[in-house]
Design a protein around this ligand. Structure first.
Ligand code: AMP
Ligand code: ZN
Length: 115
């Protein structure tokens, strides 16, 4: 099924290696393999959801856990001066991995262009 083909599910299981920066019961976070900023971390739920459009009242608890983790990671990574959180959804946003993920981008002043 889809989860057996999902590279981020394989990262969570350890089948594909990753550079872990944070883990708890619900959340896994690791360095992006193709960093777009000095700090570029991906934060993902351990439970497979394709993207923001699949968040609903049954699974949205993962979102609070993810953002609590983002807050911890931001402090660990010393991002007090600022950072951006981005989630690409579907074709127009250029989503390439269909396991929900939040990019943390920081470590320098970011472009003011959001889109
Ligand atoms: P998106 O375009 O939002 O779907 O982002 C997918 C991100 O996953 C890209 O920034 C990729 O560089 C990153 N990525 C893909 N494969 C891996 C991997 N094996 N380890 C770490 N990051 C990855
Ligand atoms: Zn997955």
């Amino acid at each position: 099924d889809i989860m057996q083909e999902c590279i981020f599910c394989k990262i969570i299981s350890g089948e594909i290696p990753s550079s872990k920066v944070y883990e708890d019961e619900y959340v896994y976070a690791f360095n992006d393999i193709n960093p777009m900023a000095p700090v570029h971390i991906l934060v993902i739920p351990k439970k497979h959801v394709a993207n923001v459009m699949d968040i609903n009242s049954e699974n949205s608890d993962m979102i609070s856990h993810i953002f609590e983790a983002i807050s911890v990671i931001a402090k660990q990574q010393k991002l007090q001066k600022g950072f951006r959180v981005v989630s690409n959804c579907n074709e127009y946003a250029g989503q390439t991995v269909f396991h929900l993920h939040f990019h943390i981008l920081g470590g320098r002043r970011l472009s003011m262009e959001m889109a």
